[in-house]
Design a protein around this ligand. Structure first.
Ligand code: SAH
Length: 267
């Protein structure tokens, strides 16, 4: 809007602004833009994918992550899974609070763990995580990334508040297949959906619950933050290997990590 340059203001309106105001398509155009802003209240330019691609480029520059995992992460809008007040930090390599005293893992940790899963025997053969189970749905971010890499995903959360939140978050984004979300104690796994080619825990326990080992398919791989004597919590990888018809579970320990605790029961 132009301001009058002299006082008293001329009654003759300035030509250019009036012509603009009289163009109905200008109002429509503006209304469409306003509606788009309302539908995406963040308005921070996070929806276009450029910030997400930059996050993935930074991870790629570190040179150690699986390309298929990075492609999946480039497709999932992480800011849609955190509180709008934290959306601007969604593409930094940092853990963020998701309510109920829980956190969404750092992007580099998600990329690392899913990369280790993709290197398991079954996943290498299929080029996918196959039938997967996640323990600790949280806000649903990692579930969305896994859904891009798996044939089928079952994700379990013990806190009903987060289970419901994840359902809403996941409904808002486009995924090749919707994950099966279960409100329950993940320590017992989910036998009806198993056996699983890939199992990943997002919470750290004292041990690996027997149900997870039982529900791990031959050739399958499990990754879970687990207490290790003398080293605190470390990433443990368990492979179900079948040799001459006999099953063995090979355990390897990776680096020290710090995940929220794996708890029993549901709330
Ligand atoms: N993958 C999640 C990270 C969530 S943090 C994300 O992307 O947001 C770990 C989650 O594990 C928490 O929500 C916590 O409530 C859940 N959790 C802890 N113990 C559990 C159990 N026994 N069964 C299922 N979920 C559990």
């Amino acid at each position: 809007m132009s301001t009058p340059k002299r006082f008293p203001a001329s009654l003759k309106p300035a030509a250019a602004p009036q012509r603009e105001l009289l163009m109905p398509q200008r109002h429509l155009h503006q209304a469409t833009r306003d509606a788009a802003r309302l539908a995406r209240p963040s308005g921070t330019g996070l929806d276009g994918g450029a910030v997400r691609r930059r996050m993935v480029e930074r991870l790629r520059a570190e040179g150690q992550f699986d390309e298929r995992v990075l492609a999946a992460m480039a497709a999932v809008p992480r800011h849609e899974f955190v509180d709008s007040a934290l959306a601007a930090q969604a593409y930094e390599d940092t853990a963020l609070p998701i309510g109920h005293g829980q956190t969404i893992s750092k992007p580099s940790v998600v990329a690392h763990m899913l990369g280790l899963l993709m290197a398991g025997h079954s996943a290498r053969e299929r080029g996918s995580l196959g039938r997967a189970m996640e323990i600790g749905t949280g806000c649903g971010y990692q579930a969305a990334v896994i859904a891009m890499l798996a044939r089928q995903l079952t994700s379990i959360e013990r806190l009903q508040g987060l289970h419901d939140k994840a359902r809403l978050n996941l409904q808002r984004i486009a995924l090749p297949r919707a994950p099966r979300l279960v409100w329950g104690d993940g320590r017992v796994g989910h036998a009806p959906s198993g056996p699983f080619d890939s199992i990943i825990a997002a919470a750290g326990g004292e041990d690996i619950p027997p149900a997870w080992t039982e529900q791990l398919a031959p050739g399958g791989r499990l990754i879970a933050p687990t207490a290790s004597s003398g080293r605190g919590q470390v990433l443990v990888v368990l492979d179900h290997v079948v040799d001459g018809g006999v099953s063995r579970w090979l355990r390897t320990e990776h680096e020290a990590v710090l995940f929220v605790p794996l708890k029993s029961g549901i709330v």
